[in-house]
Design a protein around this ligand. Structure first.
Ligand SMILES: [Zn+2]
Length: 208
């Protein structure tokens, strides 16, 4: 009988260690003699076929699927199911996840929460809302070296939301992140001439 979290989501920008954390958790389930599988989308062509690989050299067997509903074909004997690079899957992943949870499977899903514009990436935010546990991992900013990179900076010009490849991206912190022009925040704040003062209400003033 499984105990603990039933649906875990691991998110973050590129190079934050999402796949390595997914592999680590799946390996722990294997140590506990639980039948496991890892699936990843066909869209992601960076890893070797039938493998999921992390940047720090961890690798595990993986099943490559084109559509979320294909996961159901391979999951019947698995108790713990890992899904990598969830941002590349269609919205159908939501109903597949719901179905697997009803079948009392444990799910560990990893993916990018934000795209190169700093906008919510596909189905991932909805999965985060459904999860029992969400871990948002941070990377090292490739521009300033801080430990708080949470954005994926695209280094080439393209308007496609999905552009697969590590060389075209780098991890950046919020201060060093430069989104494409139309996604940059432009806050036109009114200039306050009179700044209202908040009065501190104490029990003495209330009583009087
Ligand atoms: Zn930075």
């Amino acid at each position: 009988m499984l105990s603990g979290y039933r649906f875990e989501v691991i998110v973050g920008c590129m190079s934050a260690g999402k796949s390595s954390e997914l592999i680590r958790r799946i390996e722990r389930a294997r140590l506990a003699y639980l039948p496991t599988i890892i699936v990843r989308p066909k869209t992601d062509t960076r890893s070797k076929p039938n493998q999921v690989e992390s940047r720090n050299g961890l690798a595990s067997q993986a099943i490559v699927v084109a559509e979320p509903k294909e996961i159901l074909k391979y999951s019947s004997h698995a108790v713990v199911i890992g899904i990598d690079e969830a941002q590349f899957f269609s919205d159908d992943l939501i109903s597949v996840v719901q179905m697997l949870l009803r079948q009392k499977k444990k799910l560990i899903v990893s993916g990018l929460d934000l795209d190169y514009r700093g906008q919510a990436f596909g189905v991932v935010p909805q999965l985060m809302a459904m999860a029992d546990r969400v871990d948002k991992l941070l990377a090292v900013c490739r521009k300033c070296g801080s430990d708080f990179a949470c954005r994926t900076q695209r280094m080439v010009h393209s308007d496609e939301q999905i552009l697969v490849g590590d060389a075209q991206y780098e991890a950046r912190c919020i201060h060093c992140f430069e989104p494409p022009g139309e996604y940059q925040l432009r806050l036109e704040l009114p200039i306050e001439t009179h700044v209202p003062q908040l009065a501190l209400v104490t029990s003495a003033t209330v009583a009087s």
